[in-house]
Design a protein. Structure first.
Length: 200
């Protein structure tokens, strides 16, 4: 038998604030999916999905504590002109860089896993100037297993910035669905299809 004491109010916690992040006028299509914090920057990061144009798009927003509440420092979107996108997971490394994973639609390939790395101060996509030679490369990685729907569902990042993803991928002769664990490549892939993009 479960004791009713489990439902008692915990005296160690006090409600502090809330911040509504409705992006769509009627709020029907907004979903918060994950949250991460970085105390040295007094930052709270939230990711999810919202309606944008003809399709759903992913978002990542940075909130900062301001008095007894919060304010939005920046918000960025991940979207495709050919289908839906979603930001499902967020994590922060020891230097404060923000990693976001989810899925983005790519024409002819269905949903692809994506991983993006953002600058904490302004939310711009981080440019890797060392991993791939002399040219700076935007850190926006995509993965497609078999031209079917793949989706990152969770993300963990080490203190020094190594990213690991848990994903659901689909493919093979019988279009089976599998759990896939990924470690991000050091050299990001430039997406040839221009439809998946980030705007802020």
């Amino acid at each position: 038998m479960i004791s009713g004491s489990y439902a008692q109010r915990n005296q160690d916690f006090t409600y502090c604030w809330d911040h509504k992040l409705t992006q769509h006028p009627n709020g029907k299509f907004d979903k918060g999916k994950d949250v991460a914090t970085y105390l040295p920057h007094n930052a709270v990061y939230v990711v999810g999905q919202t309606k944008g144009g003809d399709y759903h798009r992913g978002f990542v927003v940075r909130l900062e504590a301001c008095g007894q509440g919060t304010r939005v420092k920046w918000i960025k979107y991940i979207e495709s002109s050919t289908g839906n996108a979603s930001a499902n997971a967020v994590a922060v490394d020891g230097a404060g860089f923000v990693y976001v994973a989810g899925f983005v639609h790519v024409s002819g390939e269905g949903h692809n896993v994506f991983l993006a790395k953002y600058e904490p101060e302004d939310g711009d996509i981080w440019l890797d100037e060392q991993a791939c030679g002399s040219a700076a490369v935007p850190f926006f990685i995509t993965y497609d297993r078999d031209d079917q729907d793949d989706e990152a569902v969770d993300l963990a990042v080490t203190h020094d910035g190594h990213a690991f993803l848990a994903a659901t991928t689909k493919g093979g002769e019988f279009a089976s669905t599998d759990v896939t664990v990924m470690r991000a490549k050091k050299c990001p892939i430039i997406v040839d299809d221009p439809t998946p993009h980030v705007e802020g």
